[in-house]
Ligand binder design. Structure first.
Ligand code: ATP
Ligand code: MG
Length: 332
């Protein structure tokens, strides 16, 4: 079967609905059709505003619990922590040495994230983040990488690096394809429907999967809407309403046209009420299952250990090949 690799950062106390609809939901589907590798990318989580060590450890376990609650099954996929597989950092170095400085400087996520925080806190790690992400993917010879729309440019860089390495040193890496869904590939912030919902962005506009239901309902009712009064699916002209329609469609397993048709002629308030109900109904069992899993941290650690062992089999092999191609002597 084709191989799939994807990752998520343990950068907050909870995943948000964009992470789930844009990425994780797809992972759970793909584990039945693909040879699947999914990781919690903790190395990436210290690139910006590194959390206290005990907080990072906790967030990593919470991330794993959420992935299991979302339906990932350790028997059907390798689920691991990036830092448990040292080959990620090792391959990243080699890829950094074939990445242009200007090429890395064109990454819009770096520009966005560095513009948002103070210049003092911008690190080289944030700058080289996309190269580490390329290593994450290429180590597994992944054919497909299911991600949200915001990762398209990083995927393009990954493909370019794979092709460059292959043509310089001989065929080594599979050139991966981005697997990006449709309406849910970019869920927008409720407070600013022109920017994507983010773990590291404002709380008020983020639908966290582990939020209290009352908090969620309040966030949705306070969502910024558009001028006018009429519910219509029009992402360019009505970004706020269109975002809510996408969320409602995805959480009730319907098409967005169908949902838009149902609310045509109704007010914004009615739509928001329906979105709040649908999101709460979706999130409640998910959060309950996550808490159940978190009650047994030793089991989470066992899942990660088994996942890392499986991941290393593939990663070590690819790294050895890449090191050999570059001309590093094999260790005697
Ligand atoms: P951070 O702000 O720390 O970067 P994030 O919310 O962007 O957090 P990531 O861990 O960087 O989350 O990304 C995990 C996955 O979720 C990626 O595949 C990414 O494309 C996807 N994703 C992130 N935000 C959204 C969104 N708003 N809509 C759809 N998919 C998203
Ligand atoms: Mg991100």
């Amino acid at each position: 079967p084709p191989r799939v690799l994807s990752g998520i950062q343990p950068t907050s106390e909870s995943f948000h609905l964009g992470n789930y609809l844009g990425a994780v939901k797809q992972w759970a589907i793909m584990q039945d059709t693909h040879d699947s590798y999914f990781c919690v990318v903790d190395l990436h989580a210290i690139t910006l505003d590194p959390p206290a060590p005990e907080v990072l450890r906790e967030r990593t376990r919470v991330s794993v619990a959420q992935l299991l609650a979302a339906g990932l099954d350790p028997a059907r996929c390798a689920l691991f922590a990036q830092s448990h597989v040292p080959e990620h950092a090792q391959l990243s170095w080699v890829l950094e040495c074939i990445t242009g400085f200007g090429e890395a400087g064109r990454m819009t996520q770096f520009k966005d994230k560095s513009a948002r925080s103070g210049t003092d806190s911008i690190t080289v790690g944030l700058f080289t983040y996309p190269v580490l992400m390329a290593a994450d993917i290429l180590l597994y010879q992944a054919d497909a990488v299911p991600v949200g729309e915001d990762q398209r440019q990083h995927l393009e860089l990954t493909r370019n690096l794979a092709q460059r390495f292959n043509s310089r040193y001989g065929p080594t890496f599979t050139v991966p394809e981005a697997f990006i869904g449709k309406e849910t590939a970019k869920i927008y912030d409720l407070q600013d429907p022109t920017v994507k919902m983010s773990k590291s962005l404002g709380e008020a506009g983020t639908i966290n999967l582990l939020d209290d239901p009352a908090v969620l309902a309040k966030k949705i009712k306070r969502a910024v809407t558009d001028t006018g009064t009429e519910v219509r699916y029009d992402p360019a002209g009505k970004p706020g309403i269109s975002n809510l329609l996408n969320i409602l469609a995805a959480t009730t397993d319907r098409g967005v046209e169908q949902v838009a048709g149902e609310f045509a002629g109704q007010g914004y308030g009615t739509l928001k009420g329906a979105v709040a109900d649908a999101v709460v109904a979706f999130v409640e069992p998910f959060a309950a299952r996550t808490r159940e899993l978190l009650a047994d941290p030793a089991e989470i650690d066992r899942v990660l250990a088994a996942g890392a062992a499986r991941a290393r089999e593939v990663a070590a092999n690819t790294l050895a090949q890449a090191y050999d191609r570059v001309g590093f002597l094999a260790a005697a």
